[in-house]
Design a protein. Structure first.
Length: 141
């Protein structure tokens, strides 16, 4: 199926309008002092994150992050030393990785939370004999 010229121009116009509303990267670098990747956006907002928090950068060293390239559209970041690419809208949407990757990452740490309140509740529950047994319903004839 061939695309007509007017359809092509309309698609380009929609793409340009969407790009105008989307934050794009204007600079990206690794800051050794704070140990974070720092991205300045076209909106004036800056974000910084630990490399191991982003999908594809989990094992990155400071030397690996010495060079970060920005795509011509400003929507992509490329780390040549790792041959890793980050797509800025997905990075912001899924918070530094795809939704599936973030869900798996969050699941790893979910049960590891330890607070004084949680420890106190466990001690108090232990003194009472542990978790209560579930009551069984008896069938009456």
């Amino acid at each position: 199926m061939a695309v007509r010229k007017d359809q092509f121009e309309a698609a380009n116009a929609r793409g340009a309008a969407r790009l105008a509303k989307t934050p794009t990267a204007v600079s990206a670098r690794y800051d050794r002092r704070i140990g974070r990747v720092v991205i300045e956006l076209s909106t004036g907002l800056g974000i910084a994150f630990k490399p191991h928090s982003a999908q594809g950068l989990e094992k990155a060293t400071p030397a690996d992050l010495a060079e970060i390239e920005i795509s011509p559209s400003g929507l992509g970041l490329h780390i040549p030393a790792l041959d890793a690419d980050l797509y800025l809208p997905a990075l912001l949407d899924g918070f530094l990785g795809s939704r599936k990757w973030m869900a798996a990452t969050m699941g790893k740490v979910g049960g590891q939370a330890s607070t004084e309140a949680k420890a106190a509740a466990a001690r108090a529950n232990g003194k009472l004999g542990g978790r209560p047994k579930k009551a069984r319903e008896t069938a009456q004839a």
